[in-house]
Design a protein around this ligand. Structure first.
Ligand SMILES: C[S@@+](CC[C@H](N)C(=O)[O-])C[C@H]1O[C@@H](n2cnc3c(N)ncnc32)[C@H](O)[C@@H]1O
Length: 205
């Protein structure tokens, strides 16, 4: 006989935390416009990991309308830190800026409208405590080489959607790279897109 609850997906949905009206509005917008966002469980995970690791300087790749950015911004606002977030779509970048202002987090968040791979080449000397990766999955492998020199030793890399086929190259690469210690979690993430997906947590050695 299994010790597990009979319907885990339904059971765990009851533990999704309540959100601000702005976050709920962004979830609605994302649904209507089919913009993939991380959803509230992954959002809270980012917040907790950023707070617990005392990440002050955060780099995000893939802003969209700023949903995930608001979780990261709230976490580092507590300690006076900041988020640099990169988004290649100018319309989305502008909407993200407006949402950061609405959340009163704009003084802690810089939205840069630029291709993430190009932008990272222009950041020599900058050092981040935590990086969150959520752009098109085909770029993940290239991002790994570029994010390495930007993340401090012991810094954390969080990678969304590693269950996607396109992320396989990245998954193989980080797993065999001695510069990184990584784990892969295959998780149920309510309101994430898709709700069952892989999530990689890595530390730069
Ligand atoms: C999955 S969405 C990001 C969702 C956001 N992290 C959230 O959860 O609220 C991916 C975003 O990455 C952007 N993107 C894709 N490739 C990119 C690249 N090479 N550089 C910068 N942004 C990119 C897309 O325009 C899209 O808005």
């Amino acid at each position: 006989m299994s010790h597990l609850v009979s319907n885990p997906e339904e059971y765990f949905c009851q533990f999704v935390s309540t959100r601000s009206n702005l976050l709920l509005e962004l979830e609605n917008t994302a649904k209507q416009e089919e913009i993939p966002i991380i959803g509230p469980v992954m959002g809270d995970l980012l917040y907790i990991l950023a707070r617990v690791s005392q990440a002050n300087r955060i780099l995000e790749l893939g802003t969209a309308i700023g949903y995930s950015t608001l979780f990261l911004g709230s976490a580092c606002a507590e300690s006076g830190g900041s988020v640099t977030t990169l988004e290649s779509n100018p319309g989305l970048a502008q909407r993200a800026r407006e949402n950061c202002i609405r959340a009163a987090l704009d003084s802690h968040i810089q939205v840069i409208n630029q291709d993430a791979l190009e932008a990272m080449d222009r950041m020599p000397g900058q050092e981040f405590d935590l990086a969150f990766l959520d752009i098109d999955k085909i770029y993940y492998g290239q991002v790994l080489d570029k994010v390495n020199p930007l993340l401090r030793k012991g810094g954390m890399l969080i990678v969304d959607n590693t269950g996607f086929k396109e992320a396989d190259g990245f998954n193989q690469k980080i797993n065999s790279d001695p510069e990184w210690m990584q784990i892969q979690l295959y998780s149920f993430l309510p309101l994430h897109s898709p709700q069952w997906d892989g999530l990689c947590l890595a530390m730069r050695n």
